[in-house]
Design a protein around this ligand. Structure first.
Ligand code: PLP
Length: 400
């Protein structure tokens, strides 16, 4: 019996989740693996948020909500955009989803016809291309090498348009590279987009609060206000408030697009979890100390990781501006051999060797659409990072 559709055959399981699952199995077997593969804060959700969810349950907020999310949460998200990004949205221009990931899915499912193209600058978050494919779209991947700061240039953007282009995606701060587009860079890309009035823009701003250095985060819509009417801003509480398991994200955009997302949601999950919505409301409206403290900690960890990576000969590193990832170039190690004589010819093989020999889980650059890199998440303790980077250094040194 045929089980898988052609659509499902055309995609792969999320590689960071797969590697993390292997690392967890190794840990279960008693192997001392340190997992730097997963993009998930290691902190617990702040207690006041958990308490708000508990109180909401006791108060009977345990039922279906509107497909778009509760009025209270949509208003709180609109307030957040006004407060933090100086952007005006009404509650009707907000859709709440089961994580930013589901909103991405909804956005493409609601808008793409078979064969429509989505421009994705690479390196890109592993899921973008497959979510596009699942919805009948064609990912048009544009390589943005390290020499250009892993950033899309206006010339590249201009050259990528065809009559099938429906969306252009941005992700700043970027997973996996940590780069942040400046206001001027976004504005220059926006100039090109102004000449293509039929194209929608999706700006994934989920790492908004995690700026590590001197480059400040700027929302795409702040930099390009003239494009607000065709931009969907994607964000959520997963990374900012250590709430990955609550599955709660939000999108802001033109009302017709948001209504299409809501219609789709009404026939898919119905609505996001009422309890997670109550928790997200507390996250957005409550004290923001956690966000500041967590960012300060990511900054300290980032410095530790950058220092350690820069001291490993053969690795080169574009210092990340934001998010909690380092993305060193490991090309100098490809073509080398293990002490057992095994050839390491790809970043995927290097990642496997680092896991099996070094007991450190990472993700190969090829999973993000660029070869010759590895992604290390520093959403883990400094003590773990010290040990893991020592192991990476020793494991790489064993190659010749
Ligand atoms: N966008 C990017 C760039 C991410 O890295 C992730 C999670 O890893 C997400 C979106 C998904 O976040 P959520 O937990 O809200 O689905």
């Amino acid at each position: 019996v045929k089980i898988q559709s052609e659509r499902v055959k055309s995609i792969q399981s999320s590689s960071s989740l797969t590697i993390s699952a292997i690392a967890k199995e190794m840990v279960a077997r008693g192997e001392p693996v340190i997992d730097l593969s997963i993009g998930e804060p290691d902190f617990n959700t702040p207690a006041h948020i958990v308490e708000a969810a508990y109180q909401a349950m006791l108060a009977g907020q345990t039922r279906y909500t509107a497909p778009a999310g509760t009025e209270a949460l949509r208003q709180a998200v609109a307030d957040k955009f006004r407060r933090e990004n100086d952007l005006a949205y009404s509650a009707q221009q907000i859709s709440i989803g089961n994580g930013a990931k589901q909103l991405l899915f909804n956005a493409f499912a609601a808008t793409l016809e078979q064969g429509d193209e989505v421009i994705i600058p690479a390196p890109y978050w592993v899921s973008y291309a497959d979510i596009v494919r699942l919805n009948g779209g064609v990912p048009v991947v544009i390589n943005c090498p390290e020499q250009q700061g892993f950033k899309l240039t206006p010339q590249q953007l201009q050259a990528a348009f065809t009559e099938r282009t429906r969306w252009v995606m941005f992700n700043s701060p970027c997973n996996p590279t940590g780069m942040i587009y400046t206001r001027e860079e976004f504005a220059a890309l926006g100039e090109v987009l102004l000449r293509h009035p039929d194209v929608l823009i999706l700006s994934d701003e989920i790492y908004e609060h995690i700026a590590l250095g001197n480059t400040p985060f700027v929302s795409f819509v702040q930099a390009c206000p003239a494009l607000k009417e065709r931009t969907m801003v994607l964000n959520g509480v997963s990374k900012a408030y250590a709430m990955t398991g609550w599955r709660l994200g939000y999108a802001a955009g033109p009302q017709e697009l948001i209504m299409a997302l809501n219609k789709l949601q009404s026939q898919s999950t119905g609505c996001p979890s009422a309890i997670s919505q109550a928790a997200a409301l507390a996250a957005l409206q409550g004290p923001q100390d956690f966000v500041r403290e967590a960012t300060a900690e990511y900054r300290a960890r980032g410095e530790l990781v950058v220092r350690a990576l820069q001291s490993i000969s053969g690795l080169t590193l574009a210092v990340p501006d934001g998010a909690f990832y380092a993305f060193p170039n490991c090309a100098a190690y490809l073509g080398k051999r293990t002490p057992q004589g095994q050839l390491i010819s790809t970043d995927t093989e290097l990642v496997r060797y680092l896991l099996e020999e070094g007991k450190v889980a990472t993700v190969p650059g090829s999973a993000f659409g660029i070869d010759g890199y590895i992604r290390l998440s520093f959403a883990t303790s400094r003590a773990n990072l010290e040990v893991a980077l020592g192991r990476i250094r020793d494991t790489l040194a064993s190659l010749s």
